[in-house]
Every structure is written in C-alpha cells, then in structure tokens.
Design a protein around this ligand. Structure first.
Ligand code: UDP
Length: 252
C-alpha cells in the first residue's frame, strides 16, 4: 500500500491526506501533554478512546443539525473528516468555574457561573495560547463579525448538546474547548465544528461524587487516565462489545 502523505503532526493527533479530495484522515495518538507540553506521557489506549468518543459527539452534533467536519470513523484509531481551514482560536465554553478561569478570577473550582461564559484564546503554542478579546480577533482579522456571531451560536449549541448528553449519564460538563473550521462550498464558506471533542478537551465531573473523568486526571496526577476515559465511554455506551469495564463495580 502506498504510504499516505502526512499533512501535520500535532500533540495528540496526526493528520494524513484523505482518500478523496477535500478529506483528511485524523489519527488519534496515545500521547498526552499538558501545560503547553511541559508534561508529557504516552497513555496506552487513550487514542482509541478519544477516537470513539469524538465520533460519538460529532455524529450526535451532525444528527441534530450542528455542522461538524466529521464524516466517518475508519478504524479504532482513525476517522475521516472534511478538510477545513482552522480559525486560529480556541473557543472555550464554561458552565462552572475551573482551571485557568478559577485561578485568574479567584473563583472556587466548581462554582456555577451565572450563565455560560465563552472565551477565546489565540492558538499559538509559543505564546501559550493567550486569552484574547473580540477586539483582538477583529483587529488582527482572525475572524469577521459574521464569523464571530456564527462561532458563538455554534459554541452555545454544542454546550447545550454536550451538557444534556453528559447529564444523561450522570456527568457534569464543567467546561470544554472546541475549534472551528471554514469549509468552502463553491463561492460560499460555512463554519463547522472541527478538531475533536473528547475528555482531552472537556472537564467532566461525576454528578454525585465530583470525581474527575477528564484530562485533569493526567494534569494533576489523580490516577489512571484510561480508567477515567473508559468510564465516560462505558456510560455513553461507545465501547465495542466485549470490552471489559475499567474497574469492577462493587455493589454493597
Ligand atoms: N483546553 C483544551 N486545550 C487547551 C486549553 C484548554 O482542550 O489548549 C480545554 C480544557 O481541557 C478545559 C477548557 O479548555 O476543558 C478550559 O481550559 P482552561 O482555560 O481552564 O485551561 P487549563 O486549566 O486547562 O490550562
């Protein structure tokens, strides 16, 4: 088989040229990084779990009419997506204070916010993805006013969808990050949810115990990351049949 052309290698995924024009293959690696790649590890099975979970969320979004780049999963590590031009922003939606927002504003982690808060960070690893305002985005031409209106609406729809799906399996969606891509269709451009949606890019807390089921387990050395992601996948029913649960559940 001819070797595929690698387009880009990121921290958690590698992108290859897809089989048809306008498509890309996203390969999910087992590499985990945090704090702008100062902390690194390889966590066996993480890529498979994120591939399955991202497929689940993106398909769900497609099915309710929120456009995403997702086309289909190819195998346990890869999915076919539409090629798009990524807007250089990390779009963060927060329902409860945590992470950088909790420390920046001195709010206790877990405090419910009066309404969902959307933040934008400029995607630049060398600068550590700094928080920016819509003024910066407009002034530097990263996105137009129309794009920003569309991005806000997409972000809030993703938030409602993900919050509801997670609530249904006993998990609280604290916050998440998405990336938005531009797809060209003839003379028109359309914005779609791109990249991935997985526990690498969300904060997920068990509704009852508050147990963290996301990348904070790795960032803060709270135990096994695969156990946490497997638990999310198991609750959502996305594990292939015959996969053992992370830990036996003991019933008292
Ligand atoms: N996030 C992400 N990639 C980044 C930065 C943040 O996926 O490069 C996610 C993170 O997992 C969390 C949300 O965005 O769900 C908000 O992250 P925060 O700004 O609190 O940053 P952190 O505390 O992770 O540095």
């Amino acid at each position: 088989m001819a070797r595929r052309k690698k387009i880009y290698e990121g921290k958690a995924k590698t992108l290859y040229e897809g089989p048809e024009p306008g498509t890309i293959v996203q390969y999910f690696k087992d590499d985990a990084t945090a704090f702008n790649a100062q902390k690194k590890d390889v966590i066996e099975g993480k890529g498979v779990l994120n591939n399955l979970l991202s497929e689940y969320f993106m398909l769900g979004l497609n099915n309710i009419g929120v456009p995403t780049h997702f086309l289909r999963r190819l195998n346990m590590r890869e999915q076919l997506v539409r090629s798009c031009e990524i807007i250089p922003l990390e779009v963060i939606v927060r329902n409860f204070a945590a992470g950088s927002m909790a420390s920046r504003l001195g709010i206790e982690e877990g405090t419910q916010l009066p309404r969902p808060i959307v933040e934008y960070c400029y995607k630049d690893d060398k600068l550590g993805d700094p928080l920016v305002t819509e003024e910066h985005i407009a002034a530097f031409g990263w996105a137009s006013q129309q794009d920003m209106d569309d991005i806000l609406s997409l972000a809030l729809r993703v938030n409602d969808f993900l919050s509801g799906v997670m609530y249904g399996v006993g998990i609280k969606l604290i916050d998440f990050k998405i990336e938005i891509g531009r797809v060209y269709e003839g003379d028109y451009q359309r914005l779609v949810v791109a990249d991935e949606i997985s526990p690498d890019s969300c904060r997920l807390w068990d509704l009852e115990t508050g147990q963290k089921l996301d990348k904070d387990v790795f960032r803060r050395d709270l135990g096994s990351l695969t156990d946490a992601y497997t638990e999310v996948a198991r609750r959502l029913g996305v594990l292939p049949k015959g996969t053992a649960p992370a830990k036996p559940t003991l019933i008292n």
